[in-house]
Design a binder for this molecule. Structure first.
Ligand code: OVM
Length: 400
């Protein structure tokens, strides 16, 4: 590793590239290098600090005043570079704006609103698994991972059916844009303008169904808390964060059960493990791999003095397998305690939709556990090459 003995303000300098093809395809040995090099390192190629250690990831997530989100949560520093789209009112803001907007979206996602979704999600999950059982084989990415949230999540928000397919390339844009302006970014942005225009239109009050969660955001507009445009932008957060993440989780879930038959048998024997199984999946194959923050001031972290306006990458995927935190971290075990995993982030920006994500994945895992005896991979899967999300591009499977 060239330059490992050099340091930048006390941090070891690494030539590791978290956005290279080799790293993306199999990040785990690189995570170990990242963690073992130190609590905090400097990535020479991207001019950014990075940590793959659980304790430091937590420390950063829990100090949003020092490690802010308003500078963007990808590699780009919004204080210096123009963001690719108007920034998110949740993901890419800091208190007090963030606090106000988060309260608006939390209100829409009340426990009562979520309870109302349960039977619908269950019905759709049972029906979808029933259909997949009829097929000789299917693509778990398109036919399960994407199909389920495109139906139940988009219905729950109140998005019109025509054109929903746009939400898939939109997710690809949003999450690839958190990496560098590389070939993956360019490819994701190919039809970017049409896709982003469709999404923006779908977020407008007039296009939201009167009984969905999306329209509830406009209650805050009626109360004078948000403008119409801000209301649409908060709805845009649902559509940015809520599809691609869950889609990758679902495909990865069936893959992990197909390749860990003992865990599959444990789930079949006890379908109530569906919920804890999802937490373990988030820990073991974190769909959301990396997040950045921007320093608001000079700060000392892990003995390193970081100047203001520096980007720091947190590898959530690595923190979730840090042996300093987890015993036997590379083992997929749906009965372990996963308390404290950072697959949904942590702190004031912790995933606001996590209860919906849990409901979606729980219902699919329950439907599988009760209707299916065997899950097999029946061809060569293709992994997804992506700057931020971990998952598959193609995953041929068969259920029996
Ligand atoms: C948003 C947004 C986009 C992507 C991810 C996310 C994980 C939020 O637009 O607010 O949270």
């Amino acid at each position: 590793m060239a330059g490992m003995d050099a340091t930048i303000s006390g941090a070891p300098v690494m030539d590791l590239d978290p956005f290279s093809e080799e790293y993306i395809l199999n990040p785990y040995p690189y995570h170990a290098q990242l963690r073992d090099a130190g609590q905090l390192v400097f990535l020479e190629k991207w001019n950014a600090y990075a940590t793959g250690r659980y304790a430091e990831v937590r420390a950063i997530l829990e100090d949003p005043a020092t490690f802010c989100s308003g500078g963007g949560v990808g590699l780009a520093n919004f204080h210096k570079e123009k963001p690719w789209r108007p920034p998110s009112m949740l993901l890419e803001t800091d208190p007090p704006e963030h606090t106000r907007n988060r309260a608006v979206i939390s209100r829409a996602l009340s426990p009562a609103a979520l309870r109302a979704l349960r039977s619908k999600f269950e019905e759709e999950a049972v029906a979808l698994v029933g259909r997949l059982l009829q097929q000789d084989s299917f693509d778990a990415v398109k036919d399960l991972g994407e199909a389920f949230p495109l139906k139940v999540f988009a219905d729950a928000i109140g998005i019109r059916p025509e054109g929903r397919q746009n939400l898939i390339p939109y997710g690809d844009m949003v999450f690839n844009a958190m990496g560098p302006r590389n070939a993956l970014y360019a490819k994701a942005m190919e039809n970017g303008e049409d896709v982003a225009n469709w999404v923006w239109d779908a977020c407008q009050r007039r296009n939201l169904s009167p009984d969905g969660l999306g329209i509830r955001i406009f209650d805050a507009v009626d109360d004078g808390i948000l403008t119409d445009e801000e209301g649409a932008k908060v709805v845009r957060s649902f559509l940015s964060a809520g599809i691609d993440t869950t889609a990758n989780s679902l495909a990865t879930a069936v893959y992990c059960f197909a390749t860990h038959p003992d865990q599959w048998q444990a789930l079949r024997a006890k379908p109530d493990l569906a919920r804890p199984a999802f937490e373990e999946l988030l820990r073991f194959e974190s769909p959301f791999q990396t997040f950045f923050r921007t320093t608001t001031r000079e700060v000392e972290l892990a003995g390193v003095t970081i100047p203001a306006e520096e980007k720091i990458m947190m590898s959530l995927g690595s923190a979730n397998r840090d042996p300093r935190q987890w015993s036997d971290p590379d083992r997929f075990d749906i009965t372990r305690s996963t308390i404290g995993h950072v697959g949904f982030g942590m702190g004031i920006h912790g995933c606001v939709g996590q209860m919906i994500a849990r409901l979606e994945v729980e219902m699919i895992l329950r439907a599988l556990a009760t209707q299916v005896s065997s899950i097999e991979v029946v061809g060569e899967p293709r992994q997804r090459l992506h700057n931020t999300l971990r998952g598959f591009e193609y995953l041929p499977m068969r259920l029996r």
